[in-house]
Design a protein around this ligand. Structure first.
Ligand code: FMN
Length: 179
């Protein structure tokens, strides 16, 4: 059987969505797929979408908003009919992934009218290591909130993976079942 070609396209502000998308791409590669990881803010893939068998699309959530280019890409996915899985990286998902999904993901999915093969709101992977994608002023601004929700997982200068492991594995399982 021909190898499946999958595009894992994302939009990030502080790096979490990129890291999660990178893990998804690596997982699908291990499963024997040809994967292409694309940062939608810097590179387009819309005109080549027909080359792929599946799309996995991820957006950062900040100030209640997606990244516009990710929404535009999803509209394109809907138009072409490519099987599409969607995730968001959201602070709200640390405490309540279902609420974050309802509030930030399901609404956009309904508005676009796409029917995803999998859709999840993941808590962020926050990189507070010196020199990371999270600017110092943002670290200082969100430190208190993160400390409160991350509790014993909080690290002043560390990489904090706040995702629910079971939820992420379940998402990967759905992708594996669709290839
Ligand atoms: C300025 C700012 C605003 C944020 N606003 C929200 C929000 O409205 N809802 C939410 O669930 N998380 C919010 N977060 C948390 C982000 O969703 C989280 O940091 C996530 O990792 C962002 O993804 P990214 O790192 O790929 O940009 C916010 C974070 C920052 C720094």
């Amino acid at each position: 059987m021909a190898q499946k070609k999958i595009v894992v396209a994302y939009g990030t502000r502080y790096g979490s969505t990129r890291m999660i998308a990178g893990e998804v791409a690596e997982f699908l590669k291990q499963k024997g797929c040809i994967t292409e990881l694309v940062d939608l803010r810097s590179r387009g893939v819309r005109s080549r979408l027909e080359d792929f068998d599946m799309a996995v699309v991820g957006s950062s959530i900040a100030i209640f908003s997606w990244i516009a280019k990710v929404k535009a890409f999803l509209r394109r996915c809907k138009k072409t009919g490519i099987p599409t899985a969607i995730f968001i990286s959201s602070g709200m998902a640390v405490d309540d992934p279902e609420k974050a999904k309802t509030k930030f993901l399901d609404k956009i999915v309904a508005r676009i009218g796409i029917r995803p093969i999998a859709a999840e709101a993941f808590a962020p992977v926050l990189d507070f290591r010196p020199g990371s994608d999270v600017p110092e002023k943002i670290k200082n601004r969100i430190k208190g909130t993160i400390k409160a929700v991350a509790k014993d997982r909080f690290q002043e200068d560390g990489l904090m993976d706040l995702r629910d492991k079971g939820q992420f594995e379940n998402f990967l399982g759905k992708l594996a079942a669709s290839i």
